[in-house]
Design a binder for this molecule. Structure first.
Ligand code: SF4
Length: 194
């Protein structure tokens, strides 16, 4: 009688979407058929594009984080995922540098600050009708005064730049990690922003 082989547990994999446009996740989906190889190697335990789980779980091995930290919900989730993940990757230029959502930081020094300025512009100045600030509780998460790159809020293990990082760049990065190696990330093809 042969002894059944015990498979090692799959790597518990998560992706998170903070203040970003979802473009980094769309690039992740551009991995196309390689996603089947990835699915065979990992257990997807949290992701806006591959899971319906609402609460970030405990015991995550690897978490890709798209987007900057712009509001109280982003901040709470960033702290939670850090506490529950072994490796955290700052995924895309918004996470790495605040990038597009960080443009509102240009108003941080003006009267009222960036938070008040962006709300005024979006909900009052540009409104065609019914101009008013959002007031119902829970409709709009409270904005932080400045939009922050992820590493200013939590410790980050790797940076994967790009707006978005190409599918090829994401694949090479993940293949290195899945082999248990440190990602090479050399040359403009791996490191260029934008
Ligand atoms: S880095 Fe670019 S593609 Fe990714 S969320 Fe930000 S704006 Fe979108």
């Amino acid at each position: 009688m042969t002894t059944p082989q015990v498979q090692p547990p799959k790597l518990r994999f998560a992706t998170v979407w903070l203040a970003g446009c979802s473009g980094c996740h769309m690039s992740f989906l551009d991995l196309d058929e390689w996603l089947f190889e990835l699915a065979a190697a990992v257990e997807i335990v949290y992701s806006p594009v591959a899971s319906d789980i609402k609460v970030f779980p405990e015991g995550v091995d690897l978490c890709l984080v798209e987007g900057a930290v712009a509001n109280a919900d982003n901040l709470a989730l960033a702290l939670q995922l850090r506490a529950r993940s072994k490796l955290v990757v700052s995924f895309g230029d918004c996470a790495v540098s605040a990038n597009v959502p960080g443009l509102r930081n240009l108003w941080a020094g003006v009267a009222g600050g960036s938070r008040q300025s962006v709300l005024e512009r979006g909900y009052v100045e540009l409104a065609d009708r019914g101009a008013q600030h959002p007031h119902a509780p829970g409709i709009v998460p409270e904005l932080l005064e400045r939009v922050l790159p992820l590493h200013e809020v939590i410790a980050v293990d790797y940076f994967l730049p790009g707006c978005p990082p190409s599918a090829e760049r994401i694949r090479e990065f993940l293949e290195d990690l899945l082999r248990g190696e440190r990602p090479q990330q050399q040359g403009a093809e791996q490191l260029r922003f934008g």
